[in-house]
Design a protein around this ligand. Structure first.
Ligand code: GLN
Length: 438
């Protein structure tokens, strides 16, 4: 597939040809179930869009029955920015319902297959975006990352996926899951394309109150910088042999490129899981209260208003989403708020402080993305097992840091990804490091 960089140089007519070709190939690969629809908006370089980002006039469903039929009345800021940079949204990609999941199995449209091995999950929740790029049926895609949903599917499908610093990219027009964690980011064939797409979508936005009022300087790739990179033995020891082998290989490559490697340690990641799942579910329970059958999408037949709310939400939400609304409501309820929610916020601060301390000594941290390669369908046996599998990605969201997942190795024909984690608002250094791991 042509890269984003190359596509941006092409005249309009050739882009139209490429779009036709994409549609043809996407139809041929229908069994992947990676695109929900092949909508296209305007002229420009086609970019695939996760189905939780609003494109004016398109249906946007977050892969949930409760939103089916809902048409976005405006463009998300990232979409406006793409359009003004010569790109055009093309295709809505499949995802876990409301971005809650790590496998893209909970979509109301059915699961997406991993193009590298259809008996395995593509990762999630942005599994559709990762799969279309990996399968060569998209030039590049946008995903969203609340607790790893860009980085982990990128690792499972063998592409590049980047989560910006919290507040760096506008959330205006992104359906909220965990508002203090969510970020939109690029999913691409290579690091250079990730930089291009990131530069297009980043920047201050008055329409998003959580957009960081930090001046944005576009990243200029510089693969020659020598950096200090932290390695985390106490994290890596719990990963699979395939991930450990990839890690050793990456460390050797970084040394070879002239970077200094320093051993650091991070707090036991079991605290990340506890803090993240309480925070994310609490925020989800309040964010999803807006889907009441009145304002958006699906509405159940009922004889009075209360029954209509109840039936709409019972029929419209899937099992995982309901589980999270219930747990989130529980941790926010009186009597439990201090015991769970407040405690989770205290732990979140400790995690953030811990990263700050490590970043006094290093420029970047090298970490696994997932405990292993892509899982077989059905391999994760319970919701809890799925939550535990997010162990390496969620700390980054709790601390609001930027990170990039890169394919660094292969294991029995499957890609193995690792991530670099950077200091807040220092995407430049993050990408510089990423260039030398490619
Ligand atoms: N797997 C995590 C969750 O289910 C992260 C999802 C995401 O980043 N959107 O919450």
């Amino acid at each position: 597939m042509i890269t984003l960089k190359e596509a941006l140089q092409l005249p309009k007519e050739e882009l139209e040809e490429i779009k036709k070709d994409l549609i043809k190939k996407a139809k041929e690969q229908k069994e992947l179930n990676a695109y929900i629809a092949l909508d296209s908006a305007g002229e420009g370089v086609p970019i695939a869009i996760k189905d939780n980002i609003q494109v004016d006039g398109w249906e946007v469903t977050c892969a949930s029955k409760i939103l089916q039929g809902y048409i976005a009345p405006y463009d998300a800021t990232v979409i406006e920015k793409l359009k003004s940079a010569g790109c055009a949204p093309f295709g809505r990609t499949n995802m876990d319902e409301f971005a809650m999941g790590s496998t893209t199995e909970s979509s109301c449209y059915g699961k997406t297959l991993n193009p590298r091995d259809p008996s395995r999950v593509p990762g999630g929740s942005s599994g559709g975006s990762a799969a279309v790029v990996a399968a060569g049926i998209a030039i590049a895609a946008l995903g969203s990352d609340t607790g790893g949903s860009i980085r982990q599917p990128a690792a499972f499908c063998g592409i590049v996926g980047m989560k910006p610093t919290y507040g760096r990219v506008s959330r205006y027009g992104l359906a909220a899951y965990g508002s203090s964690l969510d970020q939109i980011g690029p999913m691409t064939q290579n690091v250079e394309d990730a930089i291009i797409l990131y530069n297009m979508i980043a920047g201050v936005d008055e329409r998003d109150s959580t957009s960081a009022r930090v001046p944005f300087e576009p990243v200029v790739p510089n693969a020659d910088r020598k950096l200090t990179i932290g390695v985390v033995p106490n994290y890596v020891k719990d990963a699979s042999a395939a991930v450990q082998k990839a890690y050793d290989k990456a460390v050797a490559a970084l040394k070879e490129a002239g970077h200094e490697i320093v051993e650091v340690s991070l707090m036991d990641a079991k605290y990340d899981i506890a803090s993240y799942y309480i925070t994310a579910m609490a925020e989800a329970s309040t964010n999803l209260s807006r889907y009441d059958g009145v304002r958006y999408g699906y509405r159940a037949e009922a004889s009075n208003l209360k029954e209509m709310y109840k039936k709409t939400r019972s029929e419209g939400f899937g099992e995982e989403v309901k589980r999270r609304i219930l747990l989130g409501t529980f941790v926010l309820s009186s009597g439990y708020y201090d015991a769970y929610y407040i405690k989770a916020q205290r732990v979140r601060h400790l995690i953030k402080d811990e990263y700050s301390k490590v970043f006094e000594k290093v420029d970047l941290i090298l970490s696994p993305v997932a405990p292993d390669v892509a899982y077989k369908f059905g391999e994760l046996k319970s919701p809890l097992e799925m939550y535990l599998s997010d162990v390496y990605t969620i700390g980054v969201n709790l601390a609001g840091l930027p990170a990039i997942s890169l394919p660094v190795d292969e294991h029995e024909g499957l890609p193995v990804g690792l991530q670099l984690i950077g200091k807040a608002f220092d995407e430049q250094t993050l990408f510089d490091g990423a260039m030398s791991l490619e």
